[in-house]
Design a protein around this ligand. Structure first.
Ligand SMILES: Nc1ncnc2c1ncn2[C@@H]1O[C@H](COP(=O)(O)OP(=O)(O)OP(=O)(O)O)[C@@H](O)[C@H]1O
Ligand SMILES: [Mg+2]
Length: 259
């Protein structure tokens, strides 16, 4: 698979190369291992844009470090080896990661790898044409992406948005299309749910991809794909959308094999 192809994500008029100033606008959400900060990037001529800065918390914070870096206090970290199967690591690093909680080195390494992994997966999804936030740039402990929402409010998670029956139908169609595009790109989101989808102005936006895996490097990819399809499929079915989970999964399997 080549990643040097021209980008063909959902069109975005991002003013690359234009001078700007960044203005922090506070914490947006505090998640399990990362926090989302809001940032206003004021471009010299094209005006302000809102960005979401996803930052992963340090794993072994020193005294006051979390506060100094602007994080809130809660910590909890994922250790699911299943997602890491395809990661391209040196032997020492792989051993350290597999040792999980037992080694500080493994912990620190994992802390750096998750944001890198998510950045890579977000870029690949965007390049493939999936409706995800536009990946703007990597930062020390995370990355910047376009903010989904406006000056007044952030886009609600699908789970919290109030959709009409027609909007639900459209959201499910968009979901199936996003699954097709991701699958064709060789990727499985692996944590797909109504909590990792945003709803904004009639568009379904896929977020939160650190645990995404590849068919070619992860032997659990098909199982994870089935779980994704079932998770979101059942969510839509409970809300009255006509959904055929096994049919859609079968279609994805053939897309994965045949493109
Ligand atoms: N680009 C974005 N635009 C607007 N809101 C966003 C964006 N990215 C994330 N969010 C908000 O921040 C929340 C947490 O983001 P994300 O799911 O990526 O992180 P997480 O660490 O997995 O958090 P959680 O444990 O809550 O799932 C999202 O549910 C969403 O409400
Ligand atoms: Mg999430």
């Amino acid at each position: 698979m080549s990643f040097t192809k021209p980008l063909r994500g959902p069109s975005v008029d991002w003013p690359d190369g234009e001078p700007y100033e960044d203005e922090p606008r506070g914490t947006l959400k505090s998640g399990k291992e990362a926090e989302i900060f809001l940032l206003e990037r004021r471009f010299a001529t094209s005006g302000p844009r809102l960005l979401a800065h996803k930052r992963y918390r340090p794993r072994y914070p020193g005294k006051d470090e979390l506060r100094e870096k602007g994080f809130s206090n809660s910590t909890s970290y994922r250790g699911d080896a299943i997602y890491k199967a395809g990661w391209n690591l040196r032997t020492r690093d792989r051993r350290a990661i597999e040792a999980g909680n037992r080694s500080r080195y493994g912990h620190e390494l994992a802390a750096q790898l998750w944001p890198m992994q998510e950045w890579t997966m977000l870029r690949r999804a965007w390049e493939a044409g999936v409706t995800v936030p536009y990946p703007v740039e990597r930062t020390e402990d995370g990355f910047l992406m376009t903010f989904v929402g406006d000056d007044e409010a952030a886009a609600p998670k699908l789970a919290q948005a109030r959709l009409s029956p027609a909007e639900l139908e459209s959201a499910w169609e968009q979901m199936a299309e996003a699954l097709r595009t991701l699958t064709r790109a060789g990727l499985v989101h692996a944590d797909l749910s109504a909590y990792n989808l945003l709803w904004w102005e009639g568009r379904l936006v896929v977020i939160d991809l650190p645990q995404a895996v590849e068919f070619t490097t992860n032997t659990d990819a098909f199982e994870l794909l089935h779980r994704d399809v079932a998770n979101v499929g059942e969510w839509f079915a409970r809300r009255g959308v006509e959904v055929d989970v096994e049919g859609l999964y079968a279609e994805m399997v053939s897309v994965a094999w045949l493109g």
